[in-house]
Design a protein around this ligand. Structure first.
Ligand code: FES
Length: 585
């Protein structure tokens, strides 16, 4: 390539270019297509920013370059795209001197972070998965912290869905939590998946409109909490939202806001199959990422869900053949006294505690919880015990059950995990009711363990000579085949008994999830499992949590893995790989 002193290269004569229409040159960043059109010359990156199709094979008409692959169109002069699913194509300076065409084969550095943050926003607004994937890869490549990207997604999602907090924001927050356990190069998929779901939830939805707080004269925290709960009771979301906004504008401590939300969410039983408490907890975790100052934007998005939620006491299962509602109400009346008796004591669960929770007597379950409180159990401890019992339901879930029943045991586990996390922020006696709700839900799931699936045989597993990495590889292969529930559990047991680092197992389980077109519940399962494993770490019970995760993931794999394909394409485009044979040649 002949290069002049000012860095330009000669393309050829104007007459030649006019005759050819287009000529491909080698640039510093890849091939460049130089066009002659309407007596002017133009130069653009020859790789279509959508999927890399060679643009010299496109058509130019009336100043617009059309890619022949998916028909994205670009203003030939500026490179700006008319179709947002593509990106703008980079342009290069080109000039004609004395009948010769000269190209500057490199481009000025642009503010990449600014550009890709803009593209991320557009990708979410237009719900275009490839644009989001490319933006996340580029931003991480520019060393933008993943939390900053998640923050953008959370603020976008809370602003643009009138229906409020939903599964998408829950997935995004959960995947941000999972990122803590992933090396930097593996965080992309988790964040991409979260943003994708958050954007999908807002697609076609009206945005949220802010309500205003009440005037603050003579209002105190107790009054606001009471009004909030009364508003929720009658499903008045406007009233409840204004009470919450008022409490936030008074800058009450976060623990009081948590108490207010969770007290209302436990005034009735097991709201919305456990989702309500889960969403509240996730909105609080989202605030850990974006900062409490965003609470007036984030927390009102969960009020509608709290007000609309189905109340389990209205369902047959909680009423027949035993009416569980009066049993629990009687226990709730005693909670302040039980907590007072337990103050200053410390409690450890005995060996039979879990078996009682997994047993078939609701009265014994309630009595065991009461006794534990009297003996000094903390709310967080009890919630963790319920979460462990719920994980055991998944470990022992019989695969001959209806496939849809997986979701029943999943709901109980993720609800109990959410409560466990939330109770580390606030723990008034009212919130304890949520633990009893969870424990009764574990009881109601008991038929899904008949007959119980066998737990993996650890002794047999440890006798295997396979190395840890080989086991993890086999685990991924196992999940390439449908319904390898017990095989996946066996391999997890085998890995755990090898004494290899659990961090690698977490990464493998995350890979197993993130390569699938997983549904909302599967994302929840992995994240809750990692949380509960961390809480139980270094106890023999911790392994059971990963057994539960592996069984659930295996039951829901494989899927079409279409999103993984999008992610791969975005990665290859980012690396500058040739996606088309011709260009590679
Ligand atoms: S529009 Fe150009 S590759 Fe898809």
């Amino acid at each position: 390539m002949a290069q002049s002193t000012n860095g330009q290269v000669r393309v050829g004569s104007l007459a030649e270019l006019k005759e050819q229409g287009c000529k491909v040159m080698t640039g510093q960043h890849g091939p460049i297509a130089v066009f002659h059109h309407n007596d002017k010359v133009y130069a653009v990156d020859n790789r279509c920013p959508h999927l890399g199709f060679p643009l010299h094979r496109g058509t130019v008409q009336d100043g617009i370059l059309s890619c022949h692959s998916h028909h994205a169109r670009f203003d030939l002069a500026s490179g700006c795209t008319l179709n947002l699913f593509a990106d703008d194509v980079p342009v290069y300076p080109v000039e004609v001197r004395n009948g010769e065409v000269y190209l500057t084969p490199y481009r000025e550095k642009i503010d990449e972070v600014d550009h890709w943050l803009g593209r991320l926003q557009e990708g979410m607004e237009q719900n275009i998965s490839l644009v989001m994937a490319k933006a996340v890869i580029a931003l991480l490549g520019e060393n933008v912290d993943y939390r900053e990207i998640v923050k953008r997604g959370i603020l976008y999602g809370t602003r643009n869905r009138a229906a409020g907090w939903g599964p998408g924001l829950t997935i995004l927050t959960a995947m941000a939590n999972v990122c803590e356990h992933l090396p930097a190069e593996e965080q992309f998929l988790a964040i991409f998946r979260g943003l994708l779901h958050a954007a999908r939830d807002t697609a076609g939805q009206p945005p949220r409109r802010d309500l205003q707080p009440l005037g603050k004269a003579d209002l105190d925290a107790a009054t606001l909490a009471r009004w909030f709960r009364r508003s929720v009771e009658v499903r008045d979301s406007e009233g409840a939202e204004r009470c919450l906004l008022t409490a936030l504008s008074m800058e009450l401590p976060p623990a009081e806001i948590v108490d207010m939300l969770l007290a209302a969410a436990t005034d009735h039983f097991y709201l919305d199959g456990g989702h309500t408490v889960d969403f509240i907890n996730k909105s609080l975790e989202a605030l850990d990422l974006v900062g409490w100052e965003a609470a007036p934007q984030v927390l009102p998005t969960i009020v509608g869900q709290i007000c609309r939620a189905g109340r389990a006491e209205e369902s047959q299962a909680w009423r027949q053949p035993i009416d569980l509602v009066p049993v629990l109400h009687e226990a709730f009346e005693a909670l302040p006294a039980l907590m007072a008796q337990g103050r200053g004591k410390s409690w450890q669960p005995g060996g039979s505690f879990t078996e009682t929770l997994l047993g078939d007597s609701p009265l014994e379950i309630v009595a065991a919880l009461n006794t534990a409180l009297r003996e000094g159990a903390t709310p967080a401890q009890l919630a963790q015990e319920v979460a462990y019992a719920a994980a055991m339901r998944i470990c022992r879930f019989g695969t001959q059950n209806e496939f849809g029943d997986w979701i029943g045991v999943l709901h109980t586990f993720t609800y109990a995990n959410a409560l466990h996390q939330a109770l580390q922020r606030g723990s008034s006696p009212e919130l304890l009711r949520g633990i009893y709700h969870g424990a009764i839900r574990v009881y109601l799931d008991r038929f899904l363990n008949i007959p119980p699936a066998r737990l993996p045989d650890r002794r047999g597993a440890s006798a295997s000579p396979a190395s840890g990495p080989a086991v993890l590889e086999e685990l991924l292969k196992e999940m390439d085949t449908r319904q390898q529930v017990d095989g996946a559990a066996r391999l997890v047991g085998q890995y755990l008994s090898s004494g290899e680092p659990t961090g690698d197992l977490i990464r493998t389980l995350a890979q197993a999830l993130l390569r699938e077109d997983a549904d909302f519940h599967t994302f929840q399962m992995l994240e809750a499992g990692i949380r509960q494993y961390a809480a139980l770490k270094d106890t023999p019970r911790a392994d059971h949590v990963f057994t539960a995760v592996a069984r659930y993931l295996a039951a829901h794999a494989p899927t079409d893995r279409a999103r993984q394909q999008t992610a791969r394409i975005a990665l290859r485009l980012h690396r500058g790989d040739a996606l088309y044979e011709e260009e590679a040649a």
